[in-house]
Design a protein around this ligand. Structure first.
Ligand code: UD1
Ligand code: UDP
Length: 425
């Protein structure tokens, strides 16, 4: 069962749905209905050539508790009815939390795509959702080793983690080609803006500060507006200021957005997916947030975290536009999210696990003794791969940092291992 309920989930799970289709794997497609408008959901189903979901829970908008609880209850019924071997969801929305919880309580394996992302800011609803979803997941598909590091550092066992890249690369590479053939690029010099995160748009002072910072920018700024943001602009009487500063557009389709992003001089955003697409397409990205769960993009040099206050945003934009060397470095930053074959990889790992009988959750049949973790010097294991050790290795201590013990990692003499052992009484 694949559950995809919002714009980014449809985009990022499309490569997985396609891989399921082409491998002839029977599957059912569910939406909780968190996004329900054509411009945020159905248009993407059509544009990405997906079949319509067989089940729509039709949760729609409401408080976090309302959305999560309604979806949880309905998903429980649906999972019992459909009896899937595994349930797949992607990301960090309320719908993903409901899906993960429903599975955990029914002992149905849950596979989390894009596991291990952390902003380390628990005031973000998405951070709470991803931490909780990861901790009840059976299989965790981390996009990068850094995301896997985050998981092992929270105590999640590496045997359930697979580093597969991010399916956004698959989606971007597949669709930018189609977009280039089908649509005409906009042309001319412009910046692109997307803004929809609760912490930015639900507070009048912050939203106004962002708009005032952008008013200092001389270039045209295209702004396809998320419905949440449009609602707030109206509610806070900021629509006029926004219209005077930016070129407001309704949310655009995926092909049009990719082409707009590729042609933009710079993208300004608080979106997760857009930070990733920007580095894939070579568009310098300025993130209008105080934290990012995609630090790989910043480290690679393609993304700058500008914060949310007026002065720092205006200064960052100015610097990126005026410093040709910095601009060029940002443009050339290397994509850290893999080769665009993550969808296939995810499906083949799941099929292999199913074949081995590893996609079953059963209560233990024997008495559980207690477990403990200890540190071991790797000195005598030098040159061996983690997969050859026959020990439950939880983390490797490399260069003084705790790291994900990738199965193919060869130990060096100055490393240490954290191993887990069963202790008998
Ligand atoms: C949700 C996710 C966010 C993700 C975003 C993707 C959570 C907590 N938030 O935020 O992580 O980045 O989706 O876009 O899960 N609305 C419509 N039409 C729709 C859906 C929503 O007009 O089809 C409006 C409603 O006024 C609604 C508001 O948008 O109240 C917010 O929708 P909601 O699903 O609660 O959160 P998003 O802001 O979309
Ligand atoms: N997107 C789109 N049209 C738009 C704005 C965004 O197709 O007008 C796409 C964008 O290409 C990206 C995804 O929507 O793949 C990101 O979704 P969003 O920013 O809503 O959510 P987030 O990634 O922050 O969870």
């Amino acid at each position: 069962m694949v559950v995809a309920s919002t714009r980014p989930e449809v985009i990022k799970l499309a490569p997985v749905l396609r891989a399921l289709e082409s491998s002839g794997t029977e599957h059912t497609f569910v939406t909780t209905g968190q996004h329900y408008d054509d411009e945020l959901f159905w248009r993407f189903i059509r544009e990405l050539g997906l079949r319509e979901p067989e089940h729509n829970i039709d949760v729609r908008s409401g408080s976090h508790a309302y959305q999560t609880a309604r979806a949880l209850e309905a998903l429980e019924r649906l999972i019992l009815q459909e009896q899937p071997q595994v349930v797949i969801a992607e990301g960090d929305t309320n719908s993903v939390l409901s899906t993960a919880l429903a599975c955990a309580k029914l002992l149905v394996p849950f596979a989390h795509v894009e596991a291990g992302l952390r902003s380390f800011d628990r005031t973000m609803p998405e951070e709470v959702n991803r931490v909780l979803a990861d901790h009840v997941s059976t299989v965790l598909f981390a996009p990068t080793e850094r995301a896997a590091d985050n998981l092992v550092n929270e105590g999640i066992l590496p045997e359930s983690i697979f580093v597969v890249g991010n399916t956004i690369v698959d989606a971007t590479l597949q669709h930018i080609e189609i977009a280039r053939k089908k649509l005409k690029p906009r042309g001319g010099e412009y910046l692109l803006l997307t803004l929809h995160r609760a912490e930015n748009v639900d507070r009048r002072d912050r939203l106004e500060g962002i708009l005032r910072a952008l008013a200092e920018v001389e270039q045209e700024i295209l702004f396809p507006v998320h419905p949440r943001t449009l609602q707030r602009l109206k509610e806070f009487n900021l629509l006029e200021l926004a219209e005077a500063t930016l070129t407001l557009l309704p949310p655009v389709g995926y092909l049009e957005f990719l082409l707009m992003l590729e042609g933009a001089k710079v993208v300004l955003t608080d979106s997760g997916g857009v930070q990733e697409e920007a580095i894939v397409l070579g568009t310098p990205c300025i993130t209008l947030r105080t934290s990012t769960e995609r630090p790989e993009t910043v480290e690679a040099g393609g993304n700058i975290l500008a914060g949310v206050d007026r002065r720092s945003i205006a200064e960052t934009v100015r610097r990126v536009l005026q410093d040709a060397e910095l601009y060029e470095r940002m443009r050339r930053a290397e994509n850290p999210f893999g080769d665009g074959r993550s969808g296939e990889r995810i499906v083949s790992i799941l099929l292999e696990l199913a074949e081995k009988g590893a996609l079953k959750i059963e209560p233990p049949s024997r008495v559980i003794r207690t477990r403990q973790r200890r540190l071991l010097r790797a000195e005598k294991l030098q040159g061996k791969r983690i997969s050859e050790l026959g020990m439950r290795v939880c983390r490797v201590v490399s260069d003084g940092c705790f790291r994900y013990p990738a199965p193919e990692h060869r130990l060096s003499r100055d490393e240490m291992l954290e191993v887990e052992e069963e202790v008998s009484w």
